[in-house]
Design a protein around this ligand. Structure first.
Ligand code: NAD
Length: 323
């Protein structure tokens, strides 16, 4: 029986991972999540509804930015096979307003988890990094070796996290795998992200806020594909430190995304255009050849199908999500 510690397990990506691992069997999970009010904690409760009474699931509601490695050791006495660290303050724009809180959660929080990892002699650590570390860079598609030019405090905390992981992997022989996720979507997607906001607005006949002229583009990756990448990284054992893009290898312009949402919802979008936002990058586009080679990663979900899954989830939980 394996024991995994998953931080941020009540969040969008984390709760998919928790549910899938428990459904596969052969493991118990300790989830650490402080139900950060960045978006409604009720949505996080919904994310955990299926698993919260499972005897193989345990929830610790601590703030990792304020819980030391020693405190974590006192809270978790059983041996741990792999730590999957997804907890973070996410979101580019709010990080510009409150950079210190991002340092606290994302850098100090990671430091505390790595101290816990070292003290518990855990051999494997998977870390959620982000495509935002590439910043403004037009050498598309982005390979892991690109020069990194973050343009937001959030992106900087993710880059710092990769480097902190490198330090611990070298000093303490911890295998550290940083996965650079590219705009993740699907059922449970965070309410601050474009697909969620746009679908909700279109369903409710409200205008969509579009920053820029619609030419910015994103490599949207379906959460089911992301989870396959994370699970492969949990098993990876060839080298001690890796940084790997987990994207879809296809960049969709914002205008095309809006058309696809109109098609899925069967309604026309009313678009209100605003200037580009500071901290946003014009385009993201992943080269995933390293993920394919090291992790056997092959994303297969078409945007249209992934949007349908999101739409169905939204409709099922409409009362809560429209609140
Ligand atoms: P999310 O906000 O839904 O999940 C993060 C969870 O971490 C939340 O439930 C939150 O309560 C928890 N958390 C935050 N700060 C914490 C703290 N100090 N202590 C304990 N728990 C804390 O976000 P998500 O979209 O599921 O993202 C998961 C991870 O993937 C994050 O690290 C994020 O930066 C990264 N990522 C996400 C995307 C994306 O498109 N969703 C893209 C790139 C990287």
């Amino acid at each position: 029986m394996k024991h995994y510690v998953i931080t941020g397990g009540a969040g969008f990506i984390g709760s998919h991972l928790v549910r899938e691992l428990l459904a596969s069997g052969g493991c118990s999970i300790t989830c650490i999540d402080d139900f950060d009010p960045f978006y409604s904690p009720d949505i996080k409760q919904l994310n955990l509804r299926e698993v919260k009474n499972n005897p193989l699931f345990r929830l610790i509601s601590n703030d990792l930015g304020k819980t030391s490695g020693a405190d974590l050791c006192a809270l978790i006495s059983e041996p741990v096979d792999v730590i999957i660290h997804l907890a973070a303050k996410a979101g580019v724009r709010p990080s510009i307003e409150n950079p210190l809180a991002y340092q606290q959660s994302n850098v100090i929080g990671l430091q505390n988890m790595l101290d816990f990892c070292r003290a518990k002699k855990v051999k494997q650590f998977v870390f959620a990094s982000s495509s935002s570390v590439y910043g403004v860079n037009d050498h598309f598609p982005w390979k892991e070796e690109e020069q990194l030019m973050p343009v937001s405090p959030y992106a900087m905390t993710k880059l710092a996290g990769e480097m902190l992981g490198h330090v611990y992997s070298k000093l303490y022989d911890i295998r550290f795998i940083a996965l650079r996720f590219f705009t993740v979507y699907g059922p449970g997607q965070r309410p601050d992200l474009a697909i969620h906001k746009f679908t909700k607005a279109v369903i409710n006949g409200k205008p969509i806020t579009m920053y820029g002229n619609g030419s910015t583009s994103r490599d949207y990756t379906y959460v089911g594909d992301i989870i396959k990448g994370v699970r492969a990284a949990m098993q990876y054992n060839l080298t001690g430190f890796e940084i790997i893009n987990i994207g879809n290898n296809y960049s969709v312009p914002l205008k095309d995304l809006i058309s696809a949402i109109e098609k899925v919802t069967g309604r026309d979008a009313v678009i209100e255009q605003y200037p580009d936002q500071p901290g946003d990058v014009p385009k993201t586009y992943a080269d995933i050849s390293k993920a394919t080679a090291l992790l056997g990663y092959h994303p297969h979900t078409r945007l249209e199908d992934g949007l349908k899954s999101f739409y169905n989830w939204f409709l099922e939980n409409r009362a809560l999500l429209n609140h």
